[in-house]
Ligand binder design. Structure first.
Ligand code: NDP
Ligand code: 8X3
Length: 248
């Protein structure tokens, strides 16, 4: 019987590529997002193997209504991919908008833990798996990253701590930590600034949503006795820079 993956943030970027990739590999896929037109188009493309759920991940009532309405063929979730997330702004902390900070925390942290908690009993029952989209931003701080970096550090550590709590229960948990992936991420982060999004990726040969989707599928289809705890990926063009020193 086909396994079922629940993929949040499937209307764009990594999640959208994952939806197609898992469906092609024979999984039943549930894709979520706020943009119903995109989910509708994906359903048309992928067919009966896909079910779309339109809700804002921060809206628990909307999420639970969507879960309660899952068709029977999609009711038993084997894999949760917590992918929906965003960065807002690149200003230094003192110049940042606190409402943007709260939106990142509500989306990347609160909604992620709430959905995980909601699906955990079923995942334990089915000896399923959870893959969380963290980021290199969770390990390497950078100027203007402030709360986004903080949310991703949370996602990584939450993933590792979940592994401890799930000890002996046969549930796999993985933190995926990509560097630069060309998606709508920078468009969202800059409030729709096409030019600055294109400039960031220009000539960088960044990773693609498909690169990450292939990795997600590989992790998900490993033999059940094998757990990837965390996995960091970067394009070859991206690497590390040094510390900064403010001199008087
Ligand atoms: P995109 O902006 O292309 O996709 C983000 C997805 O998240 C969309 O499908 C969007 O759907 C969904 N989403 C965002 N907010 C909400 C919300 N409140 N409710 C429901 N869905 C929401 O970005 P990526 O594909 O790049 O990002 C996916 C994940 O990967 C994120 O967690 C991001 O932090 C992480 N990541 C990205 C990297 C990159 O360089 N791109 C690198 C490392 C990690 P909709 O708008 O329709 O609701
Ligand atoms: C996205 C990667 O470096 O823009 O998480 O924060 S980065």
């Amino acid at each position: 019987m086909a396994r079922t993956a629940f993929i949040t943030g499937a209307t764009s970027g990594i999640g959208e590529a994952a939806l197609r990739t898992f469906a092609r590999a024979g999984w039943n896929v549930i894709g979520t997002g706020r943009r119903s037109d995109r989910l509708h188009a994906l359903r048309q493309e992928i067919g009966a193997q896909m079910h779309g759920c339109v809700f804002d991940v921060r809206d628990e009532a909307g999420r639970d209504a969507a879960l309660a309405a899952l068709p029977p063929a999609f009711g038993e979730i084997d894999l949760l991919i917590n992918n929906a997330g965003l960065a807002l702004g690149t200003n230094s902390a003192d110049q940042s908008d606190v409402d943007q900070w709260k939106t990142m925390i509500d989306t990347n942290v609160t909604a992620l833990v709430s959905l995980t908690h909601r699906l955990l009993p079923g995942l334990i029952g089915r000896r399923g798996a959870i893959i969380n989209l963290s980021s290199v931003a969770g390990s390497y701080p950078y100027g203007g990253g402030n709360v986004y970096c903080g949310t991703k550090a949370f996602v990584t550590q939450f993933s590792l701590a979940l592994r401890s709590d799930l000890h002996g229960k046969g549930v796999r948990v993985t933190s995926i930590e990509p560097g630069m992936v060309e998606t709508e991420f920078t468009l969202v982060r800059t409030g729709g600034n096409d030019a600055s999004s294109s400039a960031l990726y220009q000539g960088a040969n960044p990773m693609t949503g498909q690169d990450i989707a292939n990795t997600l599928l590989w992790v998900a289809q490993l033999p059940p006795h094998l757990n990837i705890n965390r996995l960091e990926l970067m394009p070859v063009s991206q690497s590390f820079a040094g510390f900064q020193v403010a001199r008087t």
